[in-house]
Design a protein around this ligand. Structure first.
Ligand code: ATP
Length: 342
């Protein structure tokens, strides 16, 4: 195990920024800490880095107890939103810096810097200073600098937060590429669920200083364990007991304290209901066209907003505001989730 965290916690006064938390990160894994503002992501990350002392618990890096080790000895690289390159040093010297700190021989430094510049497709900027590069290029250099000395683990705290959407998507690909090439273990903080879904081997969803769910992106999307997880990642339809029935009208049984969730892309509007389907009745309130798809919005019996995402080519016609509609979906797409964590 590359990183092992046992019952790690942090309090500020009477406030639990991180409740006792345990987590294992495998060698070469890309793990994302995802969660709303204030959920404890940065607190956990800075404790791993050795920048914030924990109140309790242990941190093991490569099996070595690192809980009280100073940051410098932990063999951890870090990348932040503001790339913090040294402005007066050339790009090559920026990349060489962590290697010089570690007293690597000059010839090896030259080779390592050259190959790193090739990996990030910027061999031509070696002699420039940071301000002669675009924001995206500077962030690429910052990523390379955090990885150039092959640290055991690289921590990234919202590294793409300052970039516009297009550049951010390009950089996501760039980071995945670096991850693949260098096989570094990466712990990545973001509050952007799409970024987490696109990049991670596993997502650690945080809520109120605790882990809400820890699972690969597909699993967390298809089988969120709580209402909070279902709402934070993707769009969801949440239904209460008694609101869902099968094709013959028998109410679907549900356990106490749970809800039924289905993603909007599985929901059909006024379509023929086949035996293996679940269905619910709802009142149509609005439609919004987004390029090739249309989202239909409804009010459920318990006054929740439900939605169906439909390709325009398959759109139901002639629905009027206030009309009662049958929403249906394959029963296998329904997930029973706990009504906690909201
Ligand atoms: P964001 O996405 O906004 O960065 P986060 O999930 O990273 O949020 P943290 O920065 O870990 O959240 O903060 C968790 C909680 O701990 C917040 O409520 C924050 O106000 C509190 N907190 C963090 N640092 C301190 C501090 N030095 N003193 C007091 N409270 C703090």
């Amino acid at each position: 195990m590359k990183l092992k965290i046992e019952n790690l916690s942090k309090r500020y006064g009477a406030f639990d920024a991180l409740k006792p938390t345990s987590l294992d990160v495998a060698e070469g894994e890309f793990l994302t800490l995802l969660g709303p503002s204030g959920s404890g992501k940065t607190t956990l990350l800075t404790m791993i880095a050795g920048l914030t002392p924990p109140n309790s618990g242990e941190i093991y890096i490569n099996g070595r107890r690192a809980t009280n080790e100073p940051a410098f000895y932990r063999d951890i690289g870090m990348v932040f939103q503001n790339y913090a390159l040294f402005p007066h040093l050339s790009i090559a010297e920026n990349l060489a810096f962590p290697l010089r700190m570690r007293k690597m021989p000059e010839a090896d430094i030259r080779d390592r810097v050259k190959s790193m510049l090739e990996i990030i497709s910027l061999p031509h900027v070696a002699e420039r200073v940071p301000k002669e590069l675009s924001g995206g290029q500077q962030q690429r250099v910052a990523l390379a600098r955090a990885m150039v000395y092959r640290p055991s683990i690289v921590l990234m705290d919202e590294p793409l937060g300052a970039l516009d959407k297009n550049l951010r998507e390009q950089m996501q690909i760039e980071i995945k590429h670096l991850h693949k090439r260098l096989k570094t273990t990466i712990i990545y903080v973001t509050h952007d669920q799409e970024e987490a879904l696109a990049m991670s081997d596993r997502i650690c969803l945080m809520n109120g200083g605790e882990i809400e769910q820890l699972a690969p992106p597909n699993e967390i999307y298809d089988r969120p364990s709580t209402v909070f997880a279902a709402n934070f990642i993707g769009q969801s339809n949440i239904m209460a007991a008694g609101e869902v029935s099968d094709a013959s009208g028998n109410v679907t049984p549900m356990q106490a304290g749970t809800r039924l969730m289905v993603r909007p892309e599985y929901v059909r509007v006024n379509a023929d209901v086949v035996p293996a389907h679940h269905r619910t009745e709802a009142t149509f309130i609005e439609r919004i066209n987004i390029g090739p798809t249309t989202r239909y919005f409804f009010k459920s019996a318990s006054d929740r907003v439900l939605s169906a995402l439909v390709l325009n080519a398959q759109a139901p016609h002639d629905i009027e505001n206030g009309q009662r509609c049958i929403l249906s979906w394959a029963a296998s797409r329904s997930v029973e989730i706990k009504d906690v964590g909201t």
